[in-house]
Design a binder for this molecule. Sequence first.
Ligand SMILES: Cc1cc2nc3c(=O)[nH]c(=O)nc-3n(C[C@H](O)[C@H](O)[C@H](O)COP(=O)(O)OP(=O)(O)OC[C@H]3O[C@@H](n4cnc5c(N)ncnc54)[C@H](O)[C@@H]3O)c2cc1C
Length: 404
Amino acid sequence: MADRTVTCCIAGGGPAGMMAGFLLARAGVEVLVLEKHADFLRDFRGDTIHPSTLQVMHELGLLDEFLRLPHQKAEQLSGQVGDTVLRIADFRHLPTTCKFIAFMPQWDFLDFLAGHAERLPRFGLMRRAEARELIEEDGRVVGLRASTPDGALDIRADLVIGADGRHSTVRAKAGLVSHQLGAPIDVLWLRLSRHDGDPNETFGRFDTGRLAVLINRGDYWQLGYVIPKGGFDELRQAGLATLQSRLAALVPFLADRVGALDTWDKVNLLTVAVDRLERWHRPGLLCIGDAAHAMSPVGGVGINLAIQDAVATANILAGALREQRLSETDLALVQRRREFPARATQRLQIAIQNRVITRVLGSSGTLSAPLPLRLAAAIPLFRRLPARLIGMGVRPEHVRASAA
Ligand SMILES: Cc1cc2nc3c(=O)[nH]c(=O)nc-3n(C[C@H](O)[C@H](O)[C@H](O)COP(=O)(O)OP(=O)(O)OC[C@H]3O[C@@H](n4cnc5c(N)ncnc54)[C@H](O)[C@@H]3O)c2cc1C
């Protein structure tokens, strides 16, 4: 006997899971989202809310309220190579309501979504509930077993959605085959205070052998310092002073505060993976977001793809779930709709990883700006293409599943 029965059980309360849960519940489907953590307060999620996601919020009638949350707007993105500042993306021409990226800590975004979702009668969010096992009958997934502070919980569902990120338990337990596409980098994620006189922009800094992205989070900088894959142990052996001096050399205005990194506990290693499932579904089960296609941080587009997957999932599946006529063909339609955007975006990320980032990390002489950056900087029209790819992605989705 199941402890609980719902129409759709979603493992993972990240962007994919929360948006899918919200949209399905809004369309009249009974949903339970399981999130293994107690809150959304984690630092490793990325901070970008893209024009396409803002468009989704607009279509949901939530945009004005959402934009009242503290955020920084970026209408353009720049990179600094050596001493040269290059504009590389210009969002001001996008055919969207918001022609900018909103930088907002992801926990604020997820809290906002959760707040609205929890007002819907058919939505449930269970925190500190970790999906551990799938429940199967005759080759069909019919639910999952979760661990909760009160013990194990069996949840029976017409559909289990794996939205549990790039180390997805659901996809592993389902035996879905994934292809590793290669990620030659890892990222050190750390924060340093912001001072008066610092730049306002979020920007990327490239120099000989080094590369970092700095996200303006108001009173502090969130830094993503890129290292070659597996390079963390070597750096740790070299010592904190080495990291401090590398950061100070790369971003000179931080030289007066890198000393605040006085313990490795303040430096988080984020391992980067890029992979994609061959098949995103099995009878009774669908994976979306990073669980179906783990994205590289390049371009900061993974959240965007996760949200777009969620919108497509609700558009395609809400009716069938509501009317209890879901078949695997419906699940295959979600993969068919979203596989091309994931594949095309990953191909581009891998090209940038291999041709730009690896080149920068391996450089020893004076670094010249990579050709794509130079083209974008020199020709305004060229800045519209990265803006479109980053801001809207391939095949943007629109909310179709209507409110019940
Ligand atoms: C270093 C780094 C930086 C990045 N920066 C950006 C960026 O700036 N912008 C951007 O767009 N993308 C960025 N990305 C990519 C982005 O983080 C992902 O593509 C995006 O978060 C995917 O969303 P998701 O909802 O599919 O998965 P996730 O965001 O990973 O969410 C999965 C959720 O599931 C929960 N969970 C996991 N296992 C279980 C379980 N068994 N049971 C219940 N819950 C579970 C997790 O706690 C988490 O809340 C970055 C990636 C990396 C590695």
